[in-house]
Design a protein around this ligand. Structure first.
Ligand SMILES: [Zn+2]
Length: 254
């Protein structure tokens, strides 16, 4: 047996010796000395001084886990996402710096560590990218989600202010107050419509009701009830048909 020039309190890697004890091996009454160690991470490990000295045991197992995670994770979409996020927020040489770090978009302290980011966000669903809910706020758990590019675009646009009738509101706010779907406004914006046209169209549609047989319904509501398309209604109107021939499921009215 080697010298016992080691003692409680010695540190090897992440492990600090807490206890030294002997166990018989069952082989001709031989006895092996073990060391019980406390790991930096709070874990525990029982090993031998030989393993500690030659570096075979450096931690309770956490070090190996970290390396495994790191190496396996380096090639994952989550890792790329994380690394890119950090770069555009923290590296002023990044091509997109102006839109991120340069305008105060930050990464929370917790997410400087990839493990934490992965823990909070989980796996990246196929086809989705990391998206901030409030585009003017930074990267942290409650402000982030995995979104499809169109969801992300919608989100981006929804936080944009548009002026209508002298009032400035975000798309989301206009959507609420005019009862036009956010997606509808966004789609119209994407198609390059005028703001006026976008929001007025919503107003007009909302007010236009067709009264027939004591019932007030919008064009699309009637279409649904009658099992015809709104386009059919439009065509019949154009032909100047009376209301009872416009709002009917009868084919002859075509
Ligand atoms: Zn450990």
């Amino acid at each position: 047996m080697g010298k016992t020039n080691y003692s409680v309190g010695d540190k090897y890697g992440r492990l600090t010796i807490r206890e030294i004890f002997k166990r018989p091996t069952g082989n001709k009454g031989r006895v092996i000395k073990y060391v019980k160690c406390k790991c930096d991470c709070g874990g525990e490990s029982i090993t031998t001084i030989t393993h500690l000295r030659d570096g075979r045991t450096q931690s309770c197992g956490c070090y190996l886990m970290e390396r495994l995670i790191k190496h396996k994770m380096c090639s994952t979409p989550e890792y790329y996402t994380w690394a890119n996020m950090k770069d555009r927020c923290l590296n002023n040489k990044n091509k997109r710096w102006n839109r991120y770090g340069g305008r105060g978009i930050t990464v929370c302290g917790r997410w400087l560590n990839f493990k934490n980011f992965y823990e909070d966000m989980g796996e990246k669903p196929a086809g989705k990218t990391l998206d901030r809910i409030n585009n003017n706020d930074g990267y942290y758990k409650n402000n982030c989600k995995w979104s499809t590019p169109s969801e992300q675009q919608n989100n981006l646009i929804s936080n944009v202010y548009i002026e209508f009738n002298g009032v400035k509101k975000t798309v989301s706010e206009w959507s609420d107050s005019l009862k036009i779907k956010r997606e509808t406004i966004n789609a119209r914006l994407n198609r390059g419509w005028d703001v006026d046209e976008i929001l007025r169209r919503g107003l007009g549609k909302r007010r236009k009701k067709y009264n027939f047989m004591d019932t007030n319904k919008t064009k699309s509501e009637w279409a649904k009830i009658l099992g015809i398309t709104t386009n059919t209604i439009n065509l019949r109107k154009k032909r100047g048909l009376p209301i009872n021939k416009i709002l009917t499921s009868e084919r002859w009215a075509k």
